[in-house]
Structures are given as C-alpha cells and as structure tokens.
Design a protein around this ligand. Structure first.
Ligand SMILES: [Mg+2]
Length: 202
C-alpha cells in the first residue's frame, strides 16, 4: 500500500460543478425547472409546461437520468484541475462519490477527460465508514460540500482532516455550516494550501 498521504474528494460541488449543469439538463431534457431558492429539491422543482410541482417520488429517476445522460455537461470547479495536479505530486487522490455504482464508470471517464485520472469509489449514505477504510494508516484529508458527511467522518475516522467546500456560488449561502469540519474553504487555491499543511502536520 502507498505510504503517501491520501486526499479523498467528493465529486459534485467539489471537483465538478453539479447544480448548474443539473439544472440545465433538467430543463432541456425533462421539461423541469429547478430553482435554487433553498438547499432542497422538494418544493424547488416544477414542470415547465404547466407549473405543477414535481412529485418527490420522481426525484430518484431524474437524478439517475442525469447521472446516466448528463455527466458530460459537468465542468471542473474553478482552479480544481490545476490545484489537484499540483497536489498529486505529493499525495494520492481518490474520489468518493454517492453516485450509483452503475454510473461510477461514467464519472471516472468524465474526470479523466478533464485531466483527472483518479479512481472513483461509489458509496451510498454517510461516508464515514468508507473514509475509515480508505484512510487506514495514512495521513488523510476529506473534502465534501454536505455537512452530514463531515459528521459521519468525524465519528468513524476522526483522524482525517475535514474540509467543507461548496464550489457553486449560488449554493454557498444555502448550504448550512458543517460544525464537524475543521475548516470551510470554497476556493481551490486556498484549499490546496490548507490540504498541504494538514498532510505535513503531525
Ligand atoms: Mg457533493
């Protein structure tokens, strides 16, 4: 096993943008408008044709549809490719994503296409157990936009550095604080410095 430090990254709203391309795809291919008035899908999705709210029972199919057909619309967060290229010189990098297993291969291809040939681990639910397994015996940092994952990692892999990042400018004010993260940094330039310092610490 590699002795290098390990950087464990969420994909959506950390490496790649999600909200904007998902919204674009929903409108173009499903006739659905997504508003970002609050950080929730319930109440924020309606059929463009007649204004009806989207039935929450239909959400999983819409999200899976995007993972199947729309991932190629996702572009990297600002500075992510450059900064991850630098960090890769001194640490191993993996993606830990709550993408369904069936679509994890597409995710890896899209990342490779953006110059990020990193392994993609598909997860379901809280990420703490998977982070514990991946980080075992290694200095490690975990980056995610969703507070519950930080709580889970704090519980199951407390030695791992936890950085809360939200790549999308519109989502930033909507996502709640993550009290279990060590830091909140939304820019990749600053995040890379924090990650480097954590990996070098003792
Ligand atoms: Mg995410």
């Amino acid at each position: 096993m590699s002795r290098r430090p390990l950087l464990i990254l969420d994909c959506d709203e950390v490496i790649l943008r999600f909200a904007a391309p998902f919204r674009q795809w929903l409108a173009a291919h499903r006739g659905v408008e997504l508003r970002l008035d609050s950080f929730a899908l319930v109440g924020n999705m309606r059929h463009i044709a007649d204004g009806r709210p989207v039935d929450p029972a239909d959400f999983p199919a819409l999200i899976d549809g995007f993972f199947a057909e729309g991932q190629h619309l996702q572009t990297p967060a600002e500075g992510a490719v450059e900064m991850l290229g630098r960090l890769a010189e001194t640490m191993d990098i993996v993606c830990l994503s709550n993408v369904p297993e069936a679509f994890a291969g597409i995710r890896a291809e899209v990342l490779r296409g953006h110059g990020l040939p990193i392994p993609v681990h598909a997860n379901q639910g809280p990420k703490g157990q998977m982070v514990r397994g991946l980080a075992e015996g290694r200095r490690a940092v975990f980056v995610d936009d969703l507070p519950p994952h930080h709580a889970s990692v704090a519980r199951h892999a407390g030695h791992v550095g936890r950085l809360h990042m939200v790549a999308d400018e519109l989502l930033r004010p909507l996502i709640p604080a993550a009290p279990d993260a060590h830091a909140r940094i939304d820019s990749w330039a600053e995040a890379a410095e924090w990650i480097g310092n954590w990996m070098e610490g003792d």
